[in-house]
Design a binder for this molecule. Structure first.
Ligand code: NI
Length: 192
């Protein structure tokens, strides 16, 4: 698979700065700096113009800061069985979460920072999350299903963790083209 140069990837030889994906990112301080605000804007633009991107964390575009952005659009209903609602693009700074119970569910995850493999990952189905907006106002909420998964995936990124770290022997994972075929067949079977 060819590498999209806008994104840092761990498994592409053309990508020199992949260490940023493997180190915990730095906390953002408020009032937010012009530099960090620009990073958030860049992330927003990339996410909405990229056809296949539900969320993005700053390290994925080379910045060592704790900023994530995510949205849930109409297409998610096709790919996921546990979408609760559509959500416009949302920026969350210094985000954290905690699970609200022990329940986990496995579902497919891919990542723009991982070019060669994808797989199923077990995630908490219900979490409480907290963070800040660009003005430094605290945001908190409860997320369920796909949104809970998305937040766990993006918050992992700012802690240096990638979806492939969660692959387990009893779940499917492997070369991206092979896995995509399996996944698409499943989605088609579901929507027939
Ligand atoms: Ni990712």
């Amino acid at each position: 698979m060819t590498h999209d140069p806008r994104f840092v990837a761990i498994d592409n030889e053309n990508c020199q700065n992949s260490h940023v994906l493997r180190n915990p990112a730095r906390e953002v301080t408020f009032p937010i700096s012009a530099e960090n605000e620009k990073i958030a804007q860049e992330m927003l633009e990339l996410m909405v113009t990229h056809g296949n991107c539900a969320g993005l964390a700053a390290p994925q575009i080379g910045y060592d800061v704790r900023i994530i952005i995510y949205h849930v659009d109409e297409i998610a209903f096709k790919y996921r069985v546990d979408v609760e609602a559509i959500l416009p693009p949302t920026i969350l700074i210094n985000p954290i979460y905690k699970p609200l119970n022990d329940e986990k569910r496995a579902d497919w995850e891919g990542c723009l920072s991982v070019n060669t493999v994808m797989g199923e990952v077990r995630r908490f189905t219900e979490i409480a999350y907290e963070g800040y907006d660009l003005e430094g106002r605290q945001i908190s909420g409860i997320a369920k299903g796909f949104l809970a998964r998305l937040l766990q995936h993006e918050i992992d990124h700012i802690n240096g963790v990638l979806c492939l770290d969660h692959f387990e022997d009893d779940l499917r994972h492997g070369p991206i083209d092979e896995m995509r075929k399996i996944r698409m067949a499943e989605i088609e079977a579901r929507t027939l």
